[in-house]
Design a protein around this ligand. Structure first.
Ligand SMILES: [Mg+2]
Length: 370
C-alpha cells in the first residue's frame, strides 16, 4: 500500500466533568489523529498521551511535533505491506510510542479495509464481542465515590477500576469494601509509589483486590518484582510495558501476574499483538487499557480485546461516560453495560465526525507526495 497522503491533527476533546489520576487532572482529553491515504482508500489512527507528560514522557504537543517533523516524512510515498515493515521504518526514532501508534493504527485500519475484513478478525480475535469494565477517577469525597460505585454496580458492569493515589488510599478502599464486599475491584496507582510504601501494599492484601495496576515507577521492572514477591495481590503492569522486549523481561523477572496492553503506549497494534502473544505463551493473562480515546481509539481497543489471551474486562467505556458528543462516528455498539460488539465492516468501522473534528482541532498538517 503506497502512502499517497497523510493528515495529522492535534486535538483537545472536552469531557463531561473531570478525570483525576495520580499524575494529572483532565477536563479534556488531548490526542493526535492521523489519516493515511492510499489511492482511494484511507485509514484513521488515534493516540491519546494526554496534555501533560505525566503518564510517560510524551504529551499531545510532543506527539504532534514528532509526527509531522519526523514520522510523516519517513512514510510518505512509501509502499508499506506489513505492520512490521512500518515499525522498521520508524525504528530509528527512539521512544515516542504514542506518536508512532497513531500511524500504526491508521495503517491497520487502511490494511483491513483493503483486505475487506473487520480488524478484529484480521488480527485473530475469537469473535466480535468483548467485555468492558467501569473506571472511576479520584474524587473529592468518599460519599461521592459511594454514589458512583452504586451507579456502576446497579448498571451491571463486570468490574470496577479505581484510581489510587496519595490522599485517596486505604481509608477510601476500606470504606468501599464495607459497602461493597464482593464487587470485583482493582486499583490503578499510575506509578505513584516506591518500595518505601511496602507496608501499605501489604495491608491491601486484606482488601480482596483483583490486582494492583502499576504501583511503582513508570519504567521500573526490578522493584515491581521485589514487591510482587512480598504481597499476595497480583501486580498488573501498565506504564512499564512499552515494548515486547519489556514484556519479556517483566515476565522473566516475575515482576507481574497481569499485563495491561495499550495500543498507544506500545506504539500501535503491531507491537500490541507481539506483547499479547508473548504473554499467551508465558501464561500471563492480559486485558486492554485505554487513555480516554474517542470511539476511534476505542474501536482498536475493542479489536484487541477480542484476542484469546484477554482474560479480564478491558478499559472500554461507553461514549456517554466522557463525551456529550463523541469525536468518532458511529460510537461503539454497547447493547448492555460492559458488553461491546465490533462493527461487521472492513477496518474498524469508525471515523471522525467532520463537524466534531473541526470543533476539537487545535492544529493540523496535511502532506501529499508529488
Ligand atoms: Mg493504568
Amino acid at each position: 500500500m503506497k502512502i499517497d497522503a497523510i493528515e495529522i491533527y492535534r486535538l483537545a476533546v472536552p469531557i463531561i466533568g473531570y478525570y483525576k489520576t495520580a499524575f494529572a487532572r483532565a477536563e479534556c482529553f488531548n490526542s493526535i489523529l492521523v489519516k493515511l491515504i492510499s489511492g482511494k482508500n484511507y485509514g484513521w489512527g488515534e493516540a491519546a498521551p494526554w496534555g501533560f507528560p505525566g503518564f510517560c514522557g510524551e504529551c499531545d504537543i510532543t506527539a504532534y511535533q514528532v509526527a509531522k517533523t519526523f514520522i510523516a516524512p519517513l512514510l510518505l510515498g512509501q509502499d508499506i505491506e506489513t505492520g512490521k515493515a512500518l515499525q522498521q521504518k520508524l525504528a530509528g526514532i527512539k521512544e515516542n510510542n504514542f506518536a508512532k501508534a497513531a500511524f500504526d493504527l491508521a495503517w491497520w485500519d487502511l490494511y483491513a479495509k483493503e483486505q475487506k475484513t473487520p480488524l478484529w478478525k484480521l488480527i485473530g480475535g475469537d469473535n466480535d464481542e468483548a467485555e468492558g469494565g467501569a473506571a472511576i477517577g479520584a474524587l473529592d469525597s468518599i460519599d461521592l465515590l459511594m454514589e458512583e460505585v452504586q451507579k456502576v454496580v446497579d448498571a451491571g458492569y463486570p468490574r470496577i477500576k479505581l484510581k489510587y493515589c496519595p490522599g485517596w488510599e486505604l481509608e477510601m478502599l476500606r470504606a468501599l469494601r464495607k459497602n461493597f464486599p464482593n464487587v470485583i475491584i482493582h486499583i490503578d496507582c499510575n506509578s505513584a509509589y516506591t518500595l518505601a510504601d511496602l507496608d501499605m501494599f501489604k495491608k491491601l492484601d486484606a482488601c480482596n483486590l483483583a490486582m494492583i495496576e502499576q504501583p511503582l515507577m513508570h519504567d521500573d521492572l526490578l522493584d515491581h518484582a521485589v514487591l510482587q514477591s512480598k504481597i499476595g495481590t497480583p501486580i498488573c503492569l501498565d506504564e512499564s510495558i512499552t515494548s515486547a522486549d519489556k514484556a519479556r523481561k517483566a515476565i522473566q523477572l516475575k515482576a507481574c501476574k497481569w499485563i495491561n496492553i495499550k495500543h498507544g503506549r506500545v506504539g500501535g497494534i503491531t507491537n500490541a499483538l507481539l506483547i499479547h502473544d508473548i504473554c499467551k505463551i508465558s501464561n500471563i493473562p492480559c486485558w486492554i487499557g485505554s487513555m480516554g480515546e474517542s470511539a476511534i481509539g476505542y474501536a482498536f481497543s475493542l479489536a484487541l480485546a477480542t484476542l484469546p489471551n484477554i482474560k479480564y474486562p478491558s478499559d472500554i467505556l461507553p461514549s456517554s461516560r466522557y463525551y456529550k458528543k463523541d469525536l468518532g462516528y458511529p460510537v461503539l455498539q454497547n447493547p448492555v453495560p460492559g458488553k461491546f460488539i465490533a462493527f461487521p465492516v472492513p477496518g474498524i468501522g469508525v471515523e471522525p465526525d467532520p463537524e466534531m473534528l473541526e470543533c476539537v482541532t487545535v492544529e493540523k498538517t496535511f502532506v501529499r507526495r508529488d
